[in-house]
Design a protein around this ligand. Structure first.
Ligand SMILES: [Zn+2]
Length: 266
């Protein structure tokens, strides 16, 4: 009997250990989210959302987007690459001047798995470029393509960044150039307080100077205005969060290197 009990305990231990190894990959959204340092969306009762634009600034489409935002008195967050920020510094300055937030999206738009030292240098170089142009150092970082892992998140935290993703039902997939009406209907359907909405300002046809994001944005902002919603920067959205956001960074013990994937973007 004792022998059987001992065997059962050994079996349970081995199952537990196997599971521990099997689960050693990147943590779940819930685990990351409870730290308040990786954000998909925000809990708030206020009718506020954060519209975000990745990959710019773009010489044609970013000014068009800024015009529409100004028309609606809406604020947005631009996750820029260091390379584009340095190429179009006047647009970056304009974004800041018009009350928008600038955030870090790496220097070279490095996609997928990335070593900690490489990501650190991408973040630091982008911060330097943004600081040089605007005098500001961004607090927020969005991993390229939504790829994240313990290494990526720890490196971001060590560099003083909060990791910002987006509401899963608020990915416009605008880079696939869907019809503007289709994008509008999709975003409208999912709107709720605390959403983080994903757009890109680096796509579209320069030949025709047309971009589905620009076409859909005006209608989306009309809808927000008519329904009492306000578009604010991500930092302002975080400020209104009912969730506790800790001061001290929680660094994850490194386990197995594996990235999670939310969506693929260029
Ligand atoms: Zn991107």
């Amino acid at each position: 009997m004792k022998k059987n009990l001992f065997g059962t305990i050994l079996l349970l231990i081995s199952i537990f250990c196997f599971d521990s190894i099997a689960d050693a990959a990147t943590r779940s959204r819930a685990e990351y989210e409870k730290t308040g340092r990786v954000i998909w969306e925000v809990n708030t009762k206020q009718k506020i959302v954060a519209i975000t634009f990745d990959d710019g600034p773009h010489p044609v489409f970013t000014p068009q987007i800024l015009e529409i935002l100004a028309k609606h008195d809406a604020k947005a967050t631009f996750f820029v690459t260091g390379l584009k920020a340095g190429t179009y510094p006047d647009l970056l300055k304009r974004e800041v001047r018009e009350g928008h937030e600038i955030a870090n999206h790496t220097f070279h738009h490095f996609h997928g798995n990335i070593a900690s030292s490489k990501l650190s240098s991408e973040l630091i170089e982008t911060d330097k470029m943004i600081k040089q142009v605007t005098g500001l150092t961004p607090k927020l970082y969005r991993p390229v393509g939504g790829y994240y892992s313990d290494v990526i998140i720890n490196t971001a935290l060590q560099n003083g960044k909060t990791v910002i993703l987006w509401s899963w039902d608020q990915d416009s997939r605008d880079w696939t150039e869907p019809p503007a009406n289709q994008m509008y209907r999709y975003i409208k359907k999912g709107i709720k307080p605390g959403n983080i909405i994903l757009f890109h300002d680096w796509h579209g046809s320069e030949l025709t100077q047309s971009c589905s994001t620009v076409k859909a944005l005006d209608k989306i902002l009309d809808y927000l205005d008519e329904n009492g919603y306000k578009s604010v920067t991500v930092s302002e959205l975080l400020y209104h969060s009912t969730q506790f956001i800790p001061e001290a960074f929680e660094i994850y013990p490194l386990k197995k290197e594996k990235t999670s994937h939310i969506d693929i973007m260029y």
